[in-house]
Design a binder for this molecule. Structure first.
Ligand code: SAM
Length: 223
């Protein structure tokens, strides 16, 4: 098993060692199976895949699936993943789109690099936690377009009751001292769910606060 080197693991203190890194990935694949119906015959889009953590979990759990597609804006991560994790059933795409934290000079033409109605399971872990309040509704719309009929998306983000609609790096919130653009983006729950509904998605499941750094988990389906 080839693992991304520590500097590519995109989760800092959360991945203490290789075993912990693999365990988080396998756990997420199991949740994708339970919550979103992921099987070996699914097409799975890992949007904001980083160095391909989820691909490691898919390989551990299923060996391979019909289609795992990892998409990210960071060339060094996609290059590494493509070299070390791509193969039958596993491929990666670099998208040069803008994100003020990860790719500030990228294009304003948003894409999730997928055909309409083609994705059975869409996964976005710790991606909306680093996203502005214009990109977020636009990408939720692209998720709705990409999902196949009956498809589901599992996403994480920071949401709280009784806070501003959207805030960047809120002081005194969460376990870290947020540094730099979009280190932590936090939504009021009603505001994020308004974006979800506007994208013609519906909330299938909500679990508050148990993900990385206190993020919450949503499972979304076409509304
Ligand atoms: C905190 S990392 C999470 C990595 C991975 N999902 C994981 O859980 O291990 C956030 C990732 O989202 C990517 N990202 C941010 N905006 C993006 C966009 N518009 N399209 C694709 N990837 C994006 C970043 O480059 C980064 O790799």
């Amino acid at each position: 098993m080839v693992l991304p080197p520590g500097k590519f693991r995109m989760g800092g203190a959360h991945f203490k060692d290789d075993k912990a890194f693999i365990a988080t990935a396998v756990n997420d694949v199991e949740r994708l199976s339970d919550y979103c119906g992921l099987t070996a015959t699914s097409s799975l889009l890992d949007w904001g895949c980083g160095a391909g953590r989820l691909a490691v979990g898919v390989r551990e759990r299923f060996g391979r699936i019909r289609d795992y597609h990892g998409v990210d804006v960071q060339p060094e991560l996609i290059t590494w993943a493509d070299k070390n994790l791509a193969g039958p059933g596993f491929h990666f795409t670099l998208v040069d789109v803008s994100n003020e934290r990860y790719n500030p000079d990228g294009s304003l033409e948003r894409t999730v690099a997928s055909e309409r109605d083609s994705v059975d399971v869409f996964y976005a872990y710790s991606v909306f936690s680093h996203m502005n309040d214009e990109d977020t509704p636009a990408y939720l719309g692209l998720i709705a377009q990409a999902l196949s009929p009956g498809g589901k998306a599992m996403v994480t983000c920071f949401v709280e009751e009784d806070v501003a609609a959207w805030e960047e790096n809120p002081t005194g919130y969460g376990p870290l001292d947020w540094q730099g653009r979009l280190h932590c983006t936090r939504f009021a729950r009603w505001h994020f769910e308004d974006h979800v509904n506007a994208a013609r998605l519906a909330v299938d499941r909500f679990e508050y606060g148990h993900e990385t750094d206190g993020q919450s988990l949503y499972v979304l389906r076409k509304g």
